[in-house]
Every structure is written in C-alpha cells, then in structure tokens.
Design a protein around this ligand. Structure first.
Ligand code: HEC
Length: 149
C-alpha cells in the first residue's frame, strides 16, 4: 500500500513544477526586460556625452534625455519579489531594503527630469553638469544594489 502515497507525492511534485515553471519564466523575462532598459539608458547617456564632446548642437540631446526620463519611473516596477534569482546582478538588498532602493530610484527620476530640462534649455555647460549628476545617481543605486563583477 505504498503506491497511493507515492502517487500523491508525485502529483504534488508535478503540481509544484507546473506552478514553478511559469514563475521562473516570468522572472527570466522581467530580468531580461530590466537589463535591456538599463542598456538603453547607458547608450542614451553615451550619446549625450558624444554630443557634448564633439560640440554638436545641444538640441540633439533632447531625444536621448527624454528616453532616459521616460524610462526612469519604470525602474522600480522591474524588480518584483523573486526576481533576485537567475541571470542577474540584482542584490538581495533591493528587497530587504526596499525603502532605500525606492529612494535611490526617486532621486534618479528627479535627476533624469533635470537632465531633460537641461537638454531642452540648450546650454552645453548646464547639460554637462546635469549629465555628471545623472551618472552619479546611476552609481548611487549601483553601489548598494548591484553586484560587482
Ligand atoms: C534604482 C537603482 C538603479 C538606477 C537608478 C540605475 N541602475 Fe543600472 N542597474 C541597477 C541594478 C540593480 C542592475 C542589475 C540588474 C540585473 O542584473 O538584473 C543594474 C544594471 C545595469 C546595467 C547592466 C545591464 C545588463 O545588461 O546586465 C547597466 C549598463 C546599467 N545598469 C546602467 C545604468 C545607467 C547608465 C543608469 C543611469 C542612467 C542606471 N543604470 C541607473 C540599478 C539601478
């Protein structure tokens, strides 16, 4: 009479697998999505830097700055609980210190708005300082919340 128990355990195992597989899949997807978002922001930052270094018209920085400012509020939504597992450098501190993480995201969001305002303002020096401050806001989140290589 060991079979029914075995079967029960097997069925429980199968049920857990059915739940676990889509969850892992959803997490892999959100991890890929947030990395793509960060990579795009990095490219937009580099584009603004190139515009300044090659003394192109500041107006060219509006589009990349707007892309950064529009992505900024989405960052917090791309770190759901459980997405610390998988191919990710997200540190567990994101979830254990959620308030701190969201503060870093808020600070970044405000700074990204300032970057866009500076690009729209058209002054290269102001844009240069705003770009530096934005880079600092990226680092202020990476230091406590992203694993070093
Ligand atoms: C609120 C926190 C936060 C802010 C703000 C932030 N990052 Fe990140 N960033 C992270 C975390 C956490 C990861 C690790 C994500 C992962 O591996 O799942 C990351 C990963 C990255 C990556 C690697 C993506 C990959 O392909 O693995 C790049 C590039 C990056 N960030 C650039 C930036 C730039 C540029 C800025 C500012 C313009 C920025 N980040 C702002 C938290 C932040």
């Amino acid at each position: 009479m060991r079979f029914p128990a075995m079967t029960g355990r097997l069925m429980l195992g199968a049920a857990a697998a059915i739940v676990a597989v889509p969850l892992a899949f959803a997490q892999a997807e959100v991890i890929a999505e947030r990395k793509d978002g960060f990579k795009a922001m990095e490219q937009n930052m580099e584009q603004i830097q190139r515009i300044l270094q090659t003394r192109q018209p500041v107006a060219g920085a509006v589009a990349p700055a707007r892309a950064i400012a529009e992505h900024a509020p989405r960052i917090r939504t791309l770190f759901p609980p459980g997405s610390d597992r998988g191919d990710t450098r997200a540190l567990p501190t994101i979830w254990s210190d959620r308030a701190g993480f969201e503060r870093a995201a808020d600070t970044f969001e405000t700074q990204a708005q300032a970057l866009l305002a500076a690009a729209e303002g058209g002054d290269a020096r102001t844009l240069g300082s705003a770009l530096d401050a934005t880079g600092q806001a990226c680092l202020a989140c990476h230091r406590p919340y992203r694993q070093r290589r």
